[in-house]
Design a protein around this ligand. Structure first.
Ligand code: PMV
Length: 354
């Protein structure tokens, strides 16, 4: 008996230019393009196994051992349906000898090797791994960008986790969403010197989900309109060029400015959304001072903080400075040393948990 089963894994990505706002909530089409770095190490990954079998009575999915409901019309349902459609169109309609896997139900098991609720983009790696595993199961002859169109409908930022390295999600203009996809700007090997230091400030579940936060921001923030029209298009160009030229100063300035503006837009929402806490703000002050000293010493910027929809910091830095930054953070937050030590990781070329 042939077993139809495939396993794939995908890492988390952390945006330098933030996606915040949907112009189409069903298709998950963003109000602006975004750009991220995929954290290419064994930590912070989702691994997903999919199996198709004619004896299965319905599609089922388990996340970290607990069964999740696949609601009709929901995001999981949409991704599975779209992958079955691709199997039918790309494989079965073109060869009558291929088994009709698109007609079988699937059982899917997914596992995150990091706390799901820690505000570390688990939905990005989760939906990317789901789409990848179904793509292997169905032997789909399609590109990662095509798969990103489907992962995007699970969780917007998931489309960027289908690529390693530096990845842009082009917002696109087509109402069908056919051009709202991810593209690799540069592989990790282009600039292996960049590391990400993850600082878990709190592993509480975030107060306002990205879905409801974005909706409220789109409806009420006037700053958002300035951001998406004027600021982001320019920043996308500047940071893409900085990545091509391995210009850390510009990369760091744009990354921090965009994190700041994303949180400003959250504050400009009615009622306001606060994702940062006092520790997050103290880490910002530390990075600002560290960069000020770097400039004074003629070394330029040496670190870039960025925060998603929660208080945890990600600090991008060149490999040569990571040890010093880690020591500084632990020195300035001694009361949190245990939490930081357990939670900190170095990611990027050759990184390891310290
Ligand atoms: O893909 P979502 O719905 O989890 O939204 C992600 C939003 C941010 O993490 C704040 C920004 C981003 O571009 O990843």
């Amino acid at each position: 008996m042939t077993v139809y089963q495939a396993t794939a894994s995908a890492p988390v990505n952390i945006a330098c230019i933030k996606y915040w706002g949907k112009r189409d909530t069903k298709l998950i089409l963003p109000t602006n393009s975004s750009l991220s770095v995929t954290l290419d190490q064994d930590h912070l990954r989702s691994t997903t196994t999919s199996r198709a079998d004619p004896s299965f009575t319905h599609d089922r999915l388990w996340l970290n051992g607990k069964e999740e409901e696949i609601k009709e019309g929901g995001r999981l349902w949409t991704c599975i349906r779209e992958m079955k459609r691709l199997r039918k169109e790309e494989v079965e309609d073109k060869s009558s000898s291929e088994p009709k896997l698109s007609t079988y139900n699937v059982h899917i098991c997914s596992h995150n090797n990091f706390p799901t609720a820690a505000g570390l983009a688990s939905s990005a790696s989760g939906f990317a791994a789901l789409v990848s595993s179904l793509s292997h199961l169905y032997s789909l002859p399609v590109s990662s960008s095509t798969l990103s169109l489907i992962a995007r409908q699970g969780s917007g930022s998931a489309c960027r986790s289908l690529f390693g390295g530096f990845v842009a999600w082009q917002m696109g203009s087509n109402p069908s969403g056919s051009d709202s996809l991810a593209l690799q700007i540069a592989p990790q090997s282009h600039w292996p010197d960049i590391h990400a230091l993850i600082c878990i400030v709190s592993d509480d579940k975030k107060g306002t989900s990205s879905t409801s936060g974005m909706q409220r921001t789109v409806e009420t923030s006037s700053l958002l309109h300035h951001r998406i029209k004027t600021v982001v298009p320019h920043r996308m160009e500047t940071i893409s060029k900085a990545i091509q030229e391995k210009d850390f100063d510009t990369f760091a300035k744009v990354t921090m400015a965009d994190s700041n503006q994303f949180h400003a837009v959250a504050l400009d929402t009615e009622p306001p959304i606060f994702y940062l806490n006092d520790v997050s703000r103290a880490i910002i002050a530390l990075v600002v001072e560290y960069n000020r000293l770097g400039v004074e010493e003629g070394k330029g910027y040496r670190a870039a903080y960025t925060y998603d929809a929660g208080p945890n910091a990600v600090i991008y830095a060149k490999k040569e400075n990571v040890k010093e930054i880690l020591e500084l953070v632990v020195e300035y937050f001694p009361q949190r040393e245990g939490a930081f030590k357990d939670a900190f990781g170095l990611f990027g070329g050759g990184g390891k948990v310290v």
